[in-house]
Design a protein around this ligand. Structure first.
Ligand code: UTP
Length: 408
């Protein structure tokens, strides 16, 4: 992108101030700033303009699940279907690894975290090991797409190279970079972190398919005959992505999306619950659940809003393509954003002074017409590492790994 193209783009969004210090930059600095402008997720501003229209929620109702007993009784049928689809390479997997992992406080990508005690086991390695076991069972590699961000892309790719992809055939692995979202002041003007640098952060885990499309990967997948995409988070060390039983059950159900769920540990657990909203699949966040919803019981006396999502989904590719014409809800978070003022002086605010924006994968569920809610055994498949200690931590994940007889 050249200067004039950038200026037009900025003008269209009333953000020309971003080029105020352009003439003071080195040639290299100018190029970098133009690249940042080119890579901004501008769709955020379009959504922001419609935010009042998009903000409201509908009427929630509980959604049951295909529960463990029933899955067990149909396992042979589900697995056979799943193995066939995986063998024919119809199911690709997308590892969402563009987050900053702020709660863990690492200065490297989260996937490079060593969860082992007596021997090394990196989070990335754990996922690859699992995918290799799927390959063993089905006879074909799962095409794996890894989403990174500008902040961690180089470290992530280097890490895979250094470890020789942990034995996975690298011809089946592709990296793509998610877009960045600028932080803005309370009037919607983009903050500059430095004279040649926007204040940017990754745009959340909801933009992954748009980023794939931008990277030209969707055409490639269609050509290869891929029909479904699974998406999963990097931080659940027990994540079983593309397991044939889940894959088969989702295909047989005919639903637009399959979602692995676990029973909530407590009625107030901080986990999004899969339910219906105005008759369509949706996820109600833990902070949106009223006491009445949290305590509601079904005819068997079980909690009605009980199945929490674990960021393990399987989407029909065609439905994801359709979704590109729809708006995603935008999550707006107040934040302290360090910036430079109009004189180019650095300011470090003590109080929140602006917003950062994210779209979230859980909102993609509501844009689908039907969803298979698929229960898995919590202790076997859900060990997210968000913090070093306490709830959802490295500590709690290690306990669960022990429980599963893993050597580490
Ligand atoms: P989280 O929402 O837990 O975010 O991500 P995080 O960045 O890992 O951690 P915190 O909140 O800063 O402590 C869930 C999954 O979504 C991915 C993460 O890498 C993780 O696999 N993610 C999140 C992205 O790929 N991009 C994003 O912009 C945000």
């Amino acid at each position: 992108m050249n200067y004039n193209e950038a200026l037009q783009l900025l003008k269209a969004h009333s953000q020309e101030h971003v080029l105020k210090f352009y003439d003071e930059l080195t040639e290299e600095g100018k190029k970098e700033l133009l690249t940042q402008i080119e890579n901004i997720d501008w769709s955020i501003f379009d959504i922001l303009a419609k935010k009042d229209v998009l903000a409201g929620r509908g009427t929630f109702a509980p959604l049951g699940a295909l529960e463990i007993d029933e899955i067990e009784s149909k396992k042979a049928e589900f697995e056979a279907k799943g193995i066939e689809a995986l063998r024919d390479e119809k199911i690709a997997a997308v590892l969402l690894a563009g987050g900053q992992g702020t709660r863990l406080g690492l200065d490297k990508p989260k996937g490079t975290l060593n969860v082992g005690v007596n021997k090394t086991l990196y989070l990335f390695e754990a996922h690859i090991k699992w995918l290799l076991s799927v390959k063993e069972k089905c006879g074909s590699y799962v095409p794996l797409y890894i989403m990174t961000s500008d902040i961690n892309n180089k470290d992530t790719v280097d890490f895979f190279e250094e470890h020789n992809y942990f034995g996975y055939d690298k011809a089946h692995v592709k990296f793509f970079i998610q877009e960045m979202a600028p932080a803005v002041d309370f009037n919607g003007k983009i903050y500059m972190a430095e004279k040649g640098k926007l204040a940017l952060s990754p745009n959340g885990n909801g933009g992954w398919f748009r980023s794939m499309m931008r990277a030209g990967l969707v055409d490639e997948m269609k050509e290869k005959g891929i029909e479904y995409l699974t998406a999963f988070s990097v931080d659940n060390v027990l994540q079983k992505i593309n397991d044939p039983c889940f894959v088969g059950a989702t295909i047989i159900s005919g639903a637009d999306i399959g979602a692995k769920v676990v029973k909530k540990a407590t009625d107030r657990e901080k986990i999004g619950v899969l339910c219906l909203e105005d008759g369509k699949p949706s996820i109600v966040e833990y902070y949106e659940i009223t006491d009445e919803m949290a305590n509601l019981r079904d005819e068997k006396g079980q909690l009605a809003y009980v199945f929490g999502v674990i960021l393990n989904y399987m989407f029909k590719l065609d439905k994801l393509i359709d979704l590109m014409n729809k708006d995603m809800p935008l999550h707006i978070v107040e934040k302290k954003v360090p910036y430079i003022d109009e004189n180019g002086e650095k300011v470090k605010p003590e109080e929140p002074n602006g917003y950062k924006f994210e779209t979230l994968i859980l909102d993609m569920v509501h844009l689908m017409d039907s969803c298979l809610s698929y229960e898995v055994v919590r202790e076997k498949e859900f060990a997210p590492i968000k913090n070093m200690t306490g709830v959802d931590s490295l500590e709690s994940a290690r306990e669960l790994m022990k429980l599963n007889g893993m050597e580490f």
